[in-house]
Design a protein around this ligand. Structure first.
Ligand code: GLU
Length: 424
């Protein structure tokens, strides 16, 4: 634990503790019964350490925060093409409980509004609602790293008062938009909204998304990176009701809020954040939750469009172990832009060496486009009458083909020996 981080979080919570604007959601009667003063913040690092401040152990119902997780579940189960054939990815520009369907296809505009979420529920596989709910609960619990409880009172309250959602389900059914019986889809939707979490659960669920589907607490790969990328994409554009533009501008993280007062926010590769404060604004977002996320983002520099100098850090070191030979050490997580810089630097400076040795033994991960670029560097250098050798003990860059046998080495020493042979 870092005391400084804990102080930051406590300070941010204290900064907004006195705000009492907003009101409890009351269109689901049971939601109006919660303690309006509850206020919790949890932040999970990408390796699973969680900082907590305030009422981080108070449980509340997920409500709409369930939507991205069920969307991820059906993407995982059915594949993106089948899901895309049923649910769009465009912001609707309308309230969460409007019948926002595409005029031509009759598909819901996105999975973060009720219509899209009810279609997503209709796609969850299973023979009964109980089966499907087991799958949903299991998936959410795997993201949180603990078994989540169910709030029967909130469930019954929403079932008894949910005419609007029932109307949406039946209209969707009349369009042929559902993959299951409308009552079953609706029942599953209300059940998932009634699953209970704490702000710490949300932070952990967020960190599972931040890690591309790997829960850092349990080490379990819950879903894959492509599913997470798509899910985070719709959270960016549609996650915060009608405040998506304001949210992205001021906070800059994929997020989802719910009328129960929770917000989950994700900083890809870095953090999962959970906030709870049940008084919501007229768009449906937790008032203090929004303020906390805004402060966190500004004070800790978390906006996901902050331009970093990461690409420049790809080359860790450059040295000439002997005349005519230059070693480029590459490290970290290499994406296209970093690899492009490495390749360009080596070809630009080729007048200064006969042989370039690219040492990728300290690479952590490399994307496929970056890998292809570095694997082709030898050919590029050859066209310039230079040699390009690779130190790649784990085969993270070079394809395992005979064509690379003379170019790839386990250590810099081995590559240097080979460079010497080639010069003689
Ligand atoms: N169960 C709620 C509803 O459908 C969820 C709404 C929300 O959190 O946005 O009305």
């Amino acid at each position: 634990m870092t005391a400084l981080v804990q102080r930051y979080l406590d300070g941010i919570l204290a900064e907004h503790a006195g705000v009492s604007q907003g009101a409890l959601a009351n269109y689901i009667p049971e939601l109006a019964c919660v303690d309006p003063t509850g206020f919790g913040l949890s932040v999970s690092s990408s390796d699973g350490y969680v900082y907590e401040s305030g009422d981080a152990d108070v449980q509340f119902t997920m409500q709409s925060i369930s939507k991205p997780f069920t969307y991820a579940l059906v993407l995982n189960q059915l594949g993106q093409d089948d899901v895309d054939a049923r649910i769009g990815v465009e912001p609707s520009g309308e309230g969460f409980n409007k019948i926002s369907v595409d005029q031509v296809t009759n598909m819901p505009k996105n999975p973060m509004i009720n219509a899209g979420a009810i279609v997503a529920c209709s796609l969850v596989p299973g023979r009964s609602v109980d089966d499907r709910f087991d799958l949903v609960r299991e998936f959410y619990s795997a993201c949180a790293g603990r078994s989540l409880d169910f709030d029967d009172d909130v469930y019954r309250s929403e079932r008894a008062s949910g005419s609007r959602n029932r109307g949406i389900a039946y209209l969707l059914d009349s369009f042929g938009a559902l993959g299951a019986d409308p009552d079953d889809a609706l029942d599953l939707y209300i059940r998932q909204c009634s699953l209970k979490v704490t702000s710490t659960d949300l932070a952990r669920m967020g960190s599972t998304l931040a890690r591309g589907g790997l829960n850092p607490l349990t080490g379990r790969q819950v879903t894959d990176a492509a599913v997470v990328r798509r899910t985070l994409s719709v959270m960016v554009t549609c996650g915060m009701y009608d405040a998506a533009g304001e949210w992205v501008s001021a906070v800059g993280m994929p997020a989802k809020s719910g009328v129960g007062g929770g917000i989950v926010a994700v900083l890809p590769g870095q953090l999962g954040i959970g906030v709870y404060s049940p008084r919501i604004d007229d768009k449906g977002n937790s008032v203090r939750g929004m303020l906390v996320c805004r402060s966190l983002s500004q004070q800790l520099g978390l906006h996901f469009l902050t331009v970093s100098s990461e690409a420049h850090a790809a080359i860790r070191g450059v040295y000439n172990p002997r005349p005519g030979v230059r070693v480029y050490e590459v490290h970290g997580d290499l994406l296209f832009a970093g690899a492009e810089q490495v390749a360009r630097t080596a070809t630009r400076d080729c007048a200064e060496f006969d042989t370039a040795i690219l040492d990728v033994s300290r690479l952590h991960t490399i994307s496929e486009p970056a890998r292809a670029l570095l694997a082709g560097l030898s050919d590029d250098l050859q066209a310039l009458n230079k040699r390009g050798l690779l130190v790649d003990p784990s085969g993270s860059v070079a394809p395992a083909t005979a064509a690379y046998d003379d170019l790839v080495f386990a250590t810099v020493e081995d590559a240097l020996t080979a460079a010497g042979d080639q010069r003689s």
